[in-house]
Design a protein around this ligand. Structure first.
Ligand code: FAD
Length: 507
């Protein structure tokens, strides 16, 4: 399996991963793929008694890159994790009740003369000659019609712009990666970490002590113990950067329900009185959850709202989760790296947590301590992860701050709160001439930002004047041709459930 990969040479001979949720097994799989197992021991310890957080079902398209790096086939992955296609997110009621919009992963329409499609769309929409922007997106149209297929290979076709992520069973993904990692030589140890030995001079972690008497010594420790942050917080005493003044939701109730008759190929996020509710269709069931702020809503009311609004019968009682939005001041301290929930949490509004694990792993591989621990490299890792978290944070805040749900205390608070300067700048730029610039490797593309700006009713005052260099009639014809192409091609796609049953049926 590893024959085609050049392994990283490492003076570190033992890596210990504490925790076996999605983060732990993603780390184990990636390291076992990239390190030479004859030279480096990789051990993962997890506790069945403690279990995992048990949520985390929706993703963004980047996860395909991670699976590809592991050499995992899409069909195999989807079948084993009971995955569905996710074309994006439908936001219901985020401006006000009765309104909704779609954030698609594939682009809107086609750029013209090297300029973004939305600039032309803005001009024609103001003239009453263009429909909503999502009607020019193959991805959004396929989603809303419940269709799914792979993107066309014909670059001239708008159907080549189809882009998807997945909705999957996180427990099955961890089990799938566990098998992969064990096949690659990772040792799994069952037990609960009860104590940690630290070198009194260097402050480096040396050994984990388990409740069953076992000890695990190592040179490099990856803390994947979830919200407990056992090594990062309790041993390294790394403080937490609290962002709950910007993202005040601090609670969630999650429950599985029966499979929907026609699984929509997208996630739905519906605004509620003091937060929002997710619906994530999988091949065998539906994931649901209510994210809310306990300062504005009681747990009991949150539970009632969730159960009352499910689209299919619940399979259990809702599970309560608590969290604080934010991140560690330092993800990497000495010989301990925080990955997954131990490193921070941003609510699942744009399904970014698993991506942030992936980003942490890819940065670790890029900065692997192959000449020993180096302060500059560790600092670089921390800077890069700070940037990733801050960019996602800003994108999430945008959904809240631009609401029009007046008279509801939670929504009034988030509409009037002060926001980070970095986001304010983006909003101001867009409000003028619809300008958006992607820099510093921002995770979300122009399509994503435009979808949420416009979806949240932030409409630019004007458009880039260069748009006028293309005759109005010509722009109108091109826009009409795009819609006509989609009106012809999308209905011919298979229904989502039919596509899944052919492409990747669950075993
Ligand atoms: P966990 O799953 O909690 O795993 C922790 C591991 O550490 C477990 O194996 C546990 O047994 C072990 N452990 C802990 N303490 C000890 C100990 N003392 N000894 C031994 N082992 C120990 N992400 C997305 O990308 N998309 C989503 O749609 C999404 N939805 C979410 C919804 C909610 C409400 C929440 C809270 C999170 C959501 N996430 C989502 C985030 C996602 O669930 C996590 O990023 C992901 O599951 C990784 O979790 P983890 O592995 O860090 O922690």
């Amino acid at each position: 399996m590893k024959a085609d990969v050049m392994s990283i040479k490492s003076p570190i001979k033992s890596v210990v991963i504490a925790g076996g949720g999605t983060a732990g097994w993603m780390a184990a799989a990636a390291l076992s793929r990239m390190l030479d197992s004859s030279e480096v021991d990789i051990t993962l310890v997890e506790s069945e008694a403690i279990g995992t957080v048990g949520v985390g079902e929706a993703t963004i398209p980047n996860i395909a890159t991670f699976n590809k790096m592991l050499g995992i086939e899409e069909r195999d992955f989807m079948a084993n994790t009971h995955a569905t296609i996710k074309y994006g997110i439908e936001f219901v009621g985020w401006t006000k009740d009765g309104e909704s919009y779609f954030h698609p992963f594939g682009t809107h329409g086609r750029d013209m003369m090297g300029m973004s499609f939305h600039q032309f769309w803005r001009k024609m929409h103001a003239l009453g000659k263009a429909s909503r922007i999502e009607t020019y997106s193959a991805t959004a149209m396929a989603a809303k019609q419940g269709k799914a297929c792979l993107p066309s290979r014909d670059r001239n076709s708008l159907m080549s712009t189809l882009a998807h992520a997945y909705q999957f069973d996180a427990g099955r993904y961890a089990a799938f990666l566990r098998k992969y990692s064990e096949n690659n030589g990772v040792t799994r140890v069952e037990g609960k970490i009860t104590n940690v030995d630290v070198n009194s001079e260097s402050g480096f972690i040396e050994t984990l002590l388990l409740d069953n008497g076992k000890t695990l010594s190592g040179e490099f420790f990856i803390d994947c113990t979830g919200f407990r942050a056992l090594l990062t917080e309790k041993v390294m005493e790394t403080s937490f950067r609290d962002w709950s003044h910007w993202l005040p939701c601090n609670s969630a109730l999650a429950v599985g329900s029966e499979k929907l008759p026609d699984s929509p190929p997208y996630t739905r996020a519906t605004a509620r009185e003091a937060g929002w509710q997710w619906q994530i269709p999988l091949q065998h069931r539906t994931g649901n959850g209510h994210v809310y702020c306990s300062d504005f809503m009681s747990d009991q009311l949150a539970d009632e709202i969730l159960l009352k609004t499910l689209a299919s019968a619940p399979l259990a009682s809702p599970k309560q989760l608590r969290f604080t939005t934010g991140q560690r001041e330092k993800m990497w301290t000495k010989n301990c790296l925080a990955l997954g929930l131990s490193g921070g949490f941003l609510e699942p509004l744009e399904s970014t947590s698993i991506y942030l694990i992936q980003a942490g792993i890819s940065r670790l591989l890029a900065l692997f301590p192959d000449t020993g621990f180096n302060a500059t490299e560790i600092d670089e890792y921390n800077k890069l992860m700070d940037l990733e978290f801050a960019q996602v944070r800003d994108f999430l805040i945008l959904h809240y701050v631009a609401n029009e749900r007046r008279g509801e205390p939670f929504w009034d608070y988030v509409r009037n709160m002060s926001i980070p300067d970095s986001l304010k700048r983006k909003i101001d730029l867009f409000k003028g001439r619809g300008r958006y610039f992607r820099y510093d490797g921002d995770l979300f593309t122009e399509t994503s930002w435009i979808a949420v700006f416009l979806g949240q009713n932030i409409v630019p005052e004007g458009y880039n004047p260069l748009v006028d260099s293309l005759p109005e009639k010509e722009v109108e014809n091109r826009l009409n041709a795009m819609r006509a192409e989609l009106a012809q091609a999308v209905p011919q796609m298979p229904e989502h459930d039919v596509f899944l049953s052919r492409y990747c049926p669950a075993p």
